[in-house]
Design a protein around this ligand. Structure first.
Ligand SMILES: Nc1ncnc2c1ncn2[C@@H]1O[C@H](COP(=O)(O)OP(=O)(O)OP(=O)(O)O)[C@@H](O)[C@H]1O
Ligand SMILES: [Mg+2]
Length: 378
């Protein structure tokens, strides 16, 4: 039976080193919950704590109300697909799947039925008598997934299960994982450092950095309304500029200090006037209808990507965070070739405006979003 996972104030230490200082998260029953973050941020560490392979130095982890801190890994009824959790090379596909059922003492008729239905679900029934060495990487991962879910685990844990596959197969297999997870409705914690993969498959994503959760939200919210500068920078290709937030009341002014300003009607009521950092994604710019308005920009480079073009532009007169590196002053602007009426060229001087309802505004000191309705967790 699928269960929810409640993590409260979890702490992980290796000797004097604190990897996870104080982490809380509520993973809902049946959801596909992804831990996403840069290498070394503690994703595998946290997953292994849930699995019972890592000790927990503080706080609690519960499955549907039962604290599992002291329950050994093999009694937690967990299904696992880890990058290095290989299927048995000397057993056939069918024997691999049957293996866990024997361990769990599932009676033979029930086991037969389960093996059949899971091989069909994961589309590996035609390879049932093959050894893993005679399967492709994607087929092997299907076997690993089939074996993990055959035991009817309470939760499914997956650590970078697709990272050894080529790009096209990764995209195919993430769809397979998503479909199967939805079909059987099992609570799943999925670890990846690939943001596109996380956005594509998750119900909710926890973005982690240095052992701390930065934001928990749906892929759409994580992308469009990052809670802080770390999330805004880690996900997608935001450019950042300093601005002054001016005025009080429902409509405020963002003044970029280069003659361009925009009116904002979605800033938190208690946001003080002063210096802010504005995050702007490539698709949040548009060419100004009136060239005297907007960011005066110079297109220095472009990359053609088929469906759209990315322009690298220098914006005149804006001050950018991390300004010591010249590259940080270059903004990416995208043009959708499906709708664009005229193309821009390298060397062009163009004025761009931003869509005020799409850009994100952060407190310059704390890095926390000042957009109304944004929250750490949803
Ligand atoms: N057994 C250990 N002893 C000491 N430090 C460890 C141990 N295992 C992991 N760490 C440290 O804990 C931190 C988090 O590691 P972890 O493997 O959880 O990162 P990750 O987010 O999974 O990264 P990646 O995306 O590279 O897999 C790292 O700094 C790592 O060096
Ligand atoms: Mg890892």
């Amino acid at each position: 039976m699928s269960k929810d996972i409640i993590i409260e104030h979890a702490v992980k230490r290796y000797g004097n080193l604190t990897i996870i200082p104080d982490l809380s998260a509520q993973i809902r029953n049946s959801e596909l919950f992804t831990l996403l973050g840069p290498s070394g941020c503690g994703k595998t560490t946290l997953l292994r704590m849930i699995a019972g392979f890592n000790s927990i130095e503080g706080g609690t982890i519960s499955f549907s109300g039962q604290v599992i801190n002291k329950i050994p890994a093999h009694k937690r009824n967990i299904g696992m697909v880890f990058q290095d959790y290989a299927i048995f090379p000397h057993l056939t596909v069918e024997q691999n799947i049957r293996y866990g059922l024997k361990e769990h003492k599932v009676p033979k008729p029930e086991a037969d039925a389960r093996v059949e239905s899971i091989m069909k679900l994961t589309k590996i029934d035609i390879y049932r008598d093959r050894l893993p060495e005679n399967l492709s990487g994607g087929q092997q991962q299907r076997v690993a997934l089939a074996r993990a879910i055959a035991i009817h685990p309470d939760v499914l844990l997956m650590d970078e299960p697709l990272c050894n596959l080529d790009a096209k197969l990764r995209v195919e297999m993430r769809g397979v994982i998503r479909d199967i997870q939805k079909e059987i409705g099992i609570t799943t914690v999925y670890v990846t450092h690939d943001q596109e993969e996380a956005l594509a498959i998750s119900d909710r994503i926890a973005v982690m950095n240095r052992g701390e959760i930065q934001q928990i939200a749906s892929p759409h919210t994580i992308y469009t309304r990052p809670y802080n500068l770390f999330v805004a920078d880690f996900i997608g290709h935001s450019g950042f500029a300093y601005a002054q937030l001016k005025g009080k009341g429902p409509v405020r002014t963002l003044d970029f200090g280069n003659g361009y300003s925009v009116e904002m009607d979605n800033i938190k009521a208690d946001a003080p006037e002063g210096r802010v950092i504005v995050g702007i994604r490539p698709e949040e710019f548009c060419v100004s209808k009136d060239p005297s308005r907007g960011f005066k920009s110079h297109i220095s480079k472009s990359t053609y990507l088929g469906k759209y073009v990315i322009y690298f532009v220098d914006i005149k007169g804006v001050e950018c965070p991390k300004g010591e590196d010249d590259a940080e002053d270059v903004f990416e602007i995208s043009q959708d070739l499906g709708t664009a009426t005229s193309l821009l060229k390298v060397g062009d001087d163009v004025s761009f405006e931003v869509y005020p309802h799409k850009i994100n505004v952060f407190d310059a000191a704390s890095g926390v979003s000042l957009i109304e309705g944004t929250s750490h967790e949803e």
